[in-house]
Design a protein around this ligand. Structure first.
Ligand code: NAD
Ligand code: ADE
Length: 422
């Protein structure tokens, strides 16, 4: 084997199988591939050291290849202990020469050791999914923060944490909220989470969704996708919400909206996607039906109170891979999927490559923009510049063979005037 970069992965022998899957995913990522080709010519990231904390999947591997093509020195660490694809991690190291720290099922302790290894490279740019890397950098290495010119954040929960850091005056370098740009959350959060969450639940249980009552907690971008895919498979969908506008939207979309306290008595499958904590807790487990299945697709494993579930149980056992049955004192059983971690990444493969194509194209263009503009930015949370978003949408449409209209001069004039009326 040629010289390998520093790494900690489960098994390097998995590398050839991992590379085959990375290349398969690449076929569905034409926008990222076009950016990779341009990056290889222009090397816009030359001189930068990137520490990336992302789910280690085939799609992420193609993002890492693109950043390397752009001239960056890159280290990847997992953004969740359960989302790593071990074969992909092995391929990143042995086939693509990219320093990677990720082992599926690693303990929280190892998870943070891996983040520390990425931070040891003294990054100039951070790329985070959930803000664990940026948080650890600020909390434990204040002197090293000066080295970082900027960063990006992939997900809703990470952006919420960053905005809280900004509000508290704690954020020390600019970060682009990739999640908040339309070509990310309108597609990844909705269609990606929608499909892959149902995929994870089906792979873990092999249940028939048709005819089941599926309770979706949270009708945000992810919740809309999950509810629509469950409905498409024939489920009777119940939505729980705290936001009256979103609850109204769910109602008009045809879902039954009610508080969780009522939904618990009706649901066969519960899916949390709120980004909030303690959505399913003791008072809910106490009243669920026998055999209820509970799964989470929100970023952290705090949405389902697994400690409360343990407390109510006399025992637990794995009934299938990624499905654990809790035996309650009163004889009922509750089945928890993927340990309450993101079920789409823990029990399936995360979002399909075709949707990550846009999210990761956004990441690349945001990083390129930061490499050019970071010096003029303040330590704040920034939006992706809208022209970059439009560029990604145009490239994606072209790759799908879709054409759109352009405004005529008359229409452009009309839209900027106020004199023509009835
Ligand atoms: P969002 O802010 O658009 O939606 C969250 C919704 O949950 C909001 O409508 C909010 O009102 C609602 N909510 C909050 N507390 C609630 C409660 N107690 N009960 C019911 N509803 C409640 O966020 P989003 O973009 O949909 O993301 C949701 C979560 O999913 C975040 O943690 C995000 O990071 C994560 N995420 C996961 C994946 C994945 O691959 N699984 C992908 C993208 C985002
Ligand atoms: N988040 C959701 N799906 C993902 C994927 N396939 N790769 C990386 N991050 C993801």
């Amino acid at each position: 084997m040629p010289d390998l970069p520093p790494y900690d992965v489960a098994d390097l022998d998995l590398a050839p199988a991992g590379a085959a899957r990375v290349e398969w995913a690449d076929r569905s990522m034409p926008v990222l591939a076009a950016i990779r080709e341009r990056f290889a010519r222009e090397r816009p990231l030359a001189g930068h050291v990137i520490a990336a904390c992302l789910h280690v999947t085939t799609e992420t591997a193609n993002l890492m290849r693109t950043l390397v093509a752009g001239g960056a020195e890159v280290t990847l660490t997992a953004s969740n202990p359960l989302s790593t694809q071990d074969a992909t991690a092995a391929a990143l190291v042995a086939e693509y020469g990219i320093s990677t720290y990720a082992v599926r099922g690693e303990s929280n302790d190892v998870y943070y050791k891996h983040i520390d290894a990425a931070l040891d490279t003294r990054p100039t740019i951070t790329m985070d999914d959930g803000c664990d890397l940026v948080n650890r950098l600020h909390a434990q290495r204040p002197e090293q923060v000066l080295n970082v010119v900027a960063g990006t954040e992939e997900t809703t929960t990470g952006v919420i944490r960053l905005r809280a850091m900004e509000a508290a005056g704690a954020l020390r370098f600019p970060i682009v909220a990739v999640n908040d740009t339309p070509t990310k959350h309108l597609f990844d959060n909705r269609y990606g989470t929608g499909q892959s969450t149902l995929d994870g639940i089906i792979r873990a249980t092999n249940i028939l969704i048709a005819g089941k009552t599926v309770v979706v907690a949270g009708y945000g971008y992810c919740g809309r996708g999950v509810a629509s895919r469950a409905k498409g498979l024939g489920a009777d969908v119940v939505v729980t919400e705290v936001d009256p506008i979103r609850a109204l939207e769910a109602t008009m979309e045809g879902y039954r909206v009610m508080p969780m306290a009522k939904a618990v008595e009706q649901g066969d499958v519960f899916i949390t996607v709120t980004g909030n904590t303690s959505i399913l807790r003791e008072e809910h487990f106490e009243r669920m039906r026998d055999g209820a299945i509970v799964a989470n697709s929100g970023h952290f494993d705090v949405e389902i109170d697994t400690r409360a579930l343990e407390k109510l149980s006399t025992g637990r056992r794995e009934v299938r891979p990624n499905a654990e049955q809790f035996q309650l004192r009163d004889g009922r059983r509750i089945v928890l999927l993927a340990e309450g971690r993101l079920v789409n990444l823990g029990a399936a493969e995360g979002h399909p490559a075709a949707v990550m194509d846009m999210s990761f194209a956004d990441q690349c263009l945001a990083v390129e923009w930061l490499a050019q503009n970071a010096a003029e930015l303040e330590p704040r949370v920034y939006e992706v510049p809208i022209e970059l978003d439009a560029q990604v949408a145009r490239l994606k449409l072209a790759s799908m063979g879709r054409e759109i209209d352009t405004l005529t001069p008359e229409q452009t004039h009309y839209l900027s005037s106020f004199d023509q009326g009835t």
